[in-house]
Design a protein around this ligand. Structure first.
Ligand code: SAH
Length: 241
């Protein structure tokens, strides 16, 4: 819709005729910051029903009501791809989550490794970054940000049917591509600034689902590596193909 520029993620079923209550933060954003009034149009999505046009039916200071009109986009699920990464400095961790949502990761999993620099994350804040990225990039799905977990524990219960693209800085050199035969469920693993320990590397190599890969001849920072790895995967096996 030409006049509907704002996209908002809502946790509410969307179908023509539904009304969607607006919470305090959203009311502040829509009616104070963006100065929308009754009759204005916005776009809504909820990770389940696709995208819908909605009209402001009530615009209060602390709450409001949106009336759902026609569907404007079907639900487009990302491929079944997880991003596992070791949290780094806050701004760079925020960047990784934002880019992962834009790049079409379905689930974002912070993992603690031996050389992880920071083991404290604000899951709720990271989830909000993922939501804002989806709002901005036209996606209809917000990837879930999981609680931080130890890499060892994640690998102990690794699903048999999920491949793991292990981005290993020890392989720095000619870039490697993924075998197209291994389609289906995948995860990408990016290490911290300190890289992986030998013990972690051994553990990863023992997992039959692991495909170790090089991301080229230079050592990338973890945030760059995350975007590069998601690009490589999307181009070979994901929804870019
Ligand atoms: N301190 C390490 C580098 C870590 S880079 C060293 O000097 O060797 C952070 C993470 O980005 C790595 O753990 C890896 O997952 C990924 N990475 C960066 N460059 C890479 C490359 N060329 N190939 C594969 N993975 C890479």
């Amino acid at each position: 819709m030409a006049d509907a520029k704002i996209r908002l993620f809502v946790e509410h079923p969307l179908a023509p005729g539904n009304s969607v209550p607006v919470d305090r933060d959203q009311a502040n954003y829509l009616f104070n910051v963006m100065r929308l009034g009754v009759g204005a149009h916005i776009l809504l999505f909820n990770s389940a029903d696709g995208e819908f046009l909605a009209e402001v039916a009530d615009a209060g200071k602390r709450r409001g009501l949106l009336l759902v009109k026609e569907q404007t986009k079907p639900l487009q699920m990302p491929p079944d791809l997880w991003l596992l990464f070791a949290p780094i400095k806050k701004a760079r961790t925020d960047f990784i989550v934002e880019k992962a949502a834009e790049m079409g990761a379905a689930r974002i999993m912070p993992v603690m490794t031996q050389y992880t620099n920071s083991d404290r994350i604000r899951r709720d804040k990271l989830q909000a970054h993922a939501m804002e990225a989806a709002e901005q990039c036209g996606g209809t799905y917000v990837p879930e940000v999981a609680d931080i977990a130890k890499l060892g524990a994640v690998l102990d219960t690794w699903p048999e049917d999920r491949q793991l693209m292990f981005c290993d800085e020890a392989r720095v050199g000619p870039a490697e591509t993924l075998a197209h035969s291994k389609s289906g469920k995948w995860a990408v693993l990016i290490g911290p600034e300190g890289g992986f320990s030998d013990a972690e590397r051994d553990r990863l190599h023992k997992l039959p689902q692991t495909t170790p890969i090089s991301l080229g001849p230079r050592v990338l920072r973890a945030d760059t590596a995350a975007v590069a790895a998601l690009t490589v995967w999307q181009a070979a096996l994901g929804d870019w193909t």
